[in-house]
Design a protein around this ligand. Sequence first.
Ligand code: PMV
Length: 343
Amino acid sequence: MNFTWRSPSNIALVKYWGKHGNQLPNNSSISFTLSQAFSETTVMHESKNENGKIDLEFYFEGVKNENFQKRIEKFLGAIVPHFPFLTSSFLKIESSNSFPHSTGIASSASAMSALALGLCSIEKQLLGTLANNDDFLKKASIISRLGSGSACRSVYPHLAIWGENKGVALSSNEFAIPFLEADEIFKTFHDSILIVSSDEKTVSSTAGHELMHTNIFADIRYQQANQNTIKIMDAMRAGDLATFGLIAEEEALTLHALMMTSNPSYVLLQPNSLKLIELIRTYRNDTKQPVYFTIDAGPNIHLLYPHEIESDVQNLIKSELSKYCENAKVIEDKVGLGATQIV
Ligand code: PMV
């Protein structure tokens, strides 16, 4: 049997930065599920005699990839308790991304969620479990999280929340839940990614999470993130773009402030990142248009804005912003419907 899933990347509005235990977050986070940046993964399954081993062939963009294969083997080994059939299976996995490698877009969220969904499809077919769609997505979210924390938010449409928060019913550290109550305006939001640099990140998220253990601002940061999760949810319910933007920008800059104040410390923002932030804020002040930014653990600036002002923002990008991007590169993405099964 074989199953193919397409699963997107996501961009956090309230950031997950700091974890404990088995990929459990130290604060709640919320993200937009994107649509244009996705991974498509086919998992082929054949039963074999149980031998306690993971039997895997892995292809990335049509080519056998030993490095990825080792990482996936390790991951599959770690999730045998969730999928006992893995040690009596031969698996061939083929994965590809809609976006080229090294574009400055993280691929682990889309890749891990697409793989997790494929494994859940196999379980459903083999064992007849996970027939209920909510149960299916919940398990896919748990398995995605074990692969790459933030990947657990990618399986849901529009917006997803991950991490236990007293103010959010049903929230959990183990899996993400969909946020269904946002005003319609957020369901068609744009994310134009201004590529300041497509170089590999100089701090991996694994190392970054680790540094939070000794960051003196850690405890207050986790409180801030939990409060910001509630505040941004309220703002999104009310269609309050100004508060939404204020929190998104505060979160982006806090993430970088945490990196700058860690030991060792990292400065991932580049001169052009700061220039873009300044230009975005000036444009907003001058035009009163709801254009905001967020930033991941890298130098690129994600421009967030409602669909209604797309043409104005595209003019802004062309006339003023793209000259601060590497080779004028901008990747257009927008909020999407979450993961879909292709086969
Ligand atoms: O899922 P990880 O371990 O790659 O960490 C993601 C961290 C951020 O992208 C910076 C924030 C987030 O919540 O996605």
